[in-house]
Design a protein around this ligand. Structure first.
Ligand code: BV8
Ligand code: ZN
Length: 244
């Protein structure tokens, strides 16, 4: 059983406004590879080669093959204990915001409700040119890339490097970060911006910052409480403390 600082135990009892930022580490125990870990997705590929507009314009088929591979992976995975613990936290606190960098949809599958998807969602598609959502089948086996009625190429509805995050998500996430009394950063290497600046913003605005991660990150030194371990182990223990 983890030991929590008295200040955190008190906040678990009294906090009204709570926000959580999650990254790929939260989905690792569901079998979804993280980005930068040793089994990381980037190991075989490099982010710059694939998760960018240039890559898609230069080699749409390669980028689609990578997303189809990841979609295949994600289609067979289930939420883990960490995802379900976050649903319990949402049910407990009066004002709870779940900010996620993950594109795998596992938070919604677990039952989380107030979710801000900063980097989009890998199961959705849209037109590269006009941005219109595309509901059709994606079949790249014959080599051609599906087209929108406007003629534009269809792409996954995720945010690539160098692209702006969806306004609704980024505004909501900074609002939640600015006003949270208690902020959890869970399963993220805290390297990708602007997501990585949200825990810092929360702390600067007076939030008590808790980091839950397998390994130290740039946030570990500024966190009020840094818990190193698996989110699937630690988050359910925090929920247990709520019930005590
Ligand atoms: C933008 C979607 C601006 C696609 C992704 C230099 C300095 C600062 C910033 C920049 C810079 N150069 C460029 C930038 C900006 C850039 C950026 O931040 N680059 C980084 C790499 C330096 N950011 C952008 O480009 C963003 N856009 O800034 O636009 C702009 C301004 C004006 C006009 C136009 C544009 C867009 C960023 C979004 C990129 N898209 N993904 C896809 O998924 O294919 S990012 C990708 O990384 C994923 O979304 C992922 O979520 C995200 C972050 O990674 P993590 O989630 O943290 O995953 P990671 O593997 O790194 O870490 C997992 C952690 O979990 C590890 O620490 C591990 O120890 C831990 N863990 C593992 N298992 C467990 C665990 N923890 C607990 N329990 C476990 N079981
Ligand atoms: Zn279009």
């Amino acid at each position: 059983m983890i030991e929590l600082p008295e200040k955190l135990l008190k906040l678990l009892r009294t906090a009204k406004k709570v926000a959580v930022l999650t990254g790929a580490g939260v989905s690792a125990e569901s079998g979804v590879p993280t980005f930068r870990g040793d089994e990381g997705l980037w190991k075989k590929f490099r982010a710059e080669e694939l998760a960018t507009v240039e890559a898609f314009m230069r080699n749409s088929r390669l980028v689609w093959e990578w997303y189809m591979y990841r979609r295949e992976l994600i289609s067979s995975v289930k939420p883990n204990a960490g995802h379900y613990a976050l649903v319990e936290l949402e049910n407990h606190f009066e004002d709870f915001t779940l900010i996620t960098q993950n594109v795998d949809g596992l938070h919604r599958a677990a039952g989380s409700r107030n979710i801000l998807e900063l980097h989009g969602n890998i199961t959705r598609n849209k037109c590269f040119d006009c941005g219109q959502p595309f509901e059709g089948e994606i079949d790249i086996s014959r080599g051609d890339i599906p087209r929108c009625e406007c003629g534009g190429k269809i792409r996954p509805d995720v945010v690539w490097f160098g692209e702006l995050l969806p306004a609704h998500a980024i505004n909501g996430a900074f609002d939640a970060s600015d006003t949270a009394e208690l902020f959890f950063s869970v399963g993220t290497s805290a390297l990708v911006h602007p997501a990585a600046s949200m825990p810092v913003t929360a702390k600067r605005n007076g939030a008590y910052l808790v980091e839950i991660n397998r390994e130290p990150t740039p946030l570990s030194d500024i966190a009020d409480c840094a818990l190193h371990g698996k989110s699937g182990d630690i988050l359910p223990q925090i929920v247990e403390k709520l019930k005590e």
